[in-house]
Design a protein around this ligand. Structure first.
Ligand SMILES: [Zn+2]
Length: 72
């Protein structure tokens, strides 16, 4: 799964590295990850826990950044 962000555009495009014809557009990065998860689960029969991994990592990083911002 790949998530593309175009900073000049508020929408976020999610693509699949295995299905170049598939993409989803969302305005929220978490929602974009969720769209990708659903694709992985539905089309590639990936376990939900594995499909959610990129979003969990993203959320962890976002949380760390938020904590850092508070302490500085
Ligand atoms: Zn795919």
């Amino acid at each position: 799964m790949a998530v593309y962000r175009d900073i000049s555009d508020p929408s976020i495009v999610v693509g699949c590295t295995e299905c170049p014809w598939w993409f989803a557009m969302r305005f929220d990065l978490i929602e974009a990850y969720k769209a990708g998860e659903q694709h992985q689960i539905d089309v590639h029969e990936i376990e939900p826990a594995r499909a959610q991994e990129p979003r969990r990592l993203f959320e962890q990083r976002a949380e760390k950044r938020a904590r850092h911002a508070v302490t500085v």
